[in-house]
Design a protein around this ligand. Sequence first.
Ligand SMILES: Cc1cc2nc3c(=O)[nH]c(=O)nc-3n(C[C@H](O)[C@H](O)[C@H](O)COP(=O)(O)OP(=O)(O)OC[C@H]3O[C@@H](n4cnc5c(N)ncnc54)[C@H](O)[C@@H]3O)c2cc1C
Length: 454
Amino acid sequence: MQAERATSEKVYRQADVVVVGLGISGLIAMNLLEKQGISTIGVDGRDRIGGRVASIRTRGGRAFEAGGEFVKPGHKRVLATLEALDIATVPVPEPFGLDVVIHGGTRWEERSPFAEMPASQAAYNDLHGRFRALFTDWGAGGASEAPDEHLSFGGWAAHHATDAHAINRFCRDIVFGMGGRDAAGVSFAAALDYHSSVPHENCEVRSLRIAGGGSQIALRLSNQIAPGKFLLQSEVTSISSTHDAVRVRHRNGEIEASMAIVAMSPALARSIRIDPPLPAQKIQTQDAWIQRSAIKSLIIFDRPWWRDRNLSGHADGDLALMQVLDVSPMGTQEGWLMAFENVDTGLDERHTAGQYEAHAAANLRRYFGEFDNPISDFGAQVWALDPFAGGCGSPLPPGFPISARLGLAEPHGSILFAGTEIARSGWGSIEGAICAGERAAAEALSRLRVTEAG
Ligand SMILES: Cc1cc2nc3c(=O)[nH]c(=O)nc-3n(C[C@H](O)[C@H](O)[C@H](O)COP(=O)(O)OP(=O)(O)OC[C@H]3O[C@@H](n4cnc5c(N)ncnc54)[C@H](O)[C@@H]3O)c2cc1C
């Protein structure tokens, strides 16, 4: 990547705007400002750009997209950005065969969730209809009454239905779609907020894939910016701000600028010392922020043996490997499975890659049955062990005030904020990262123009 040619240096530098965090959100902001003739410097603690989009290698040396790569049809800013950067999308093929679900120790195979359970289907449709009406209303600002912020998503569903199959399926569809795992641990208000922010017809993960993955967006955005503008391996430790200037201290020096854009999750932003300090409520919100632990893995077999059993390769449930998808590329004999896992499996930095692989294989056996085919290639990214990610998506728990999330987007002196977690639209996804970056760049531009006019 072009940005990797930049070297960190012990210097004192100046720019109009310093962007702290070079994930998609920071890169979008930097790119928009540079296009308007504003001088920027981008700083990141890692030795690469892209943040939670990353292309890594499997043990066999294949490229594997370890972070964001799917786009939903309602992700309009992602689709527009892909078009502007000349990046294609690839439809995710419709699976054939049966999906596997394991819940509460019971395993079943299904083509459509309730083919033989009309009562469950009716209860599921009813829950979906009620929820859709509420989040549509909420999104339009028409909700007559704010939901109780202590209510969990699971609690809301259980209050409106008695059919256990319908409740379980509905909770999984909605909560997994948000990147969550446990409906009791996700706030109902957060679910309304999340689903109202992106118009989409269903809550499925599968839709479109970005050709080459989300890291293509980061790569092409960075290619439009001069390499010398990036300072990598330069973790920012403090920012002091006056009404018209900031001083950003990083591991290798200092930068003076008219303003800073901090583009990262609140869970990471809290480790940067801000002077004067943020208001107490914002600090509390940052402190309460949860980065959910996650592993994304690619498991490759010589052939997609699960198809012999009329299985689609799509599975989800309450195992450690919470979701599995068949992502076998067209035109190959190989079978590729992508899996998402929570680190509450007990696996951590003390484990070897081989142990992650064995663990994934054990979970696949529970979903798809015994298999003799050896795993021919394997790759995994453990996001929770990455100090500059600390995990991925953050479905907010009950009791977390929704208004506080957006409050974190408000400027503090000459410091502006971006990052997907505080986006008004599409938060938790690449869409949110782009929206928040665009918003922060617009705020910076309007401040700089006011200053010039003054
Ligand atoms: C496994 C996984 C799968 C995903 N799948 C999808 C998907 O299919 N579709 C989708 O839309 N989204 C997906 N996402 C979410 C999406 O990738 C993120 O929402 C998005 O990339 C976040 O971008 P960001 O710029 O807001 O934050 P980040 O990418 O986290 O960028 C923040 C940057 O700040 C840097 N940083 C942190 N602290 C400091 C510091 N003190 N000093 C300097 N730099 C610092 C970090 O190194 C990082 O580069 C997925 C995420 C993960 C982890």
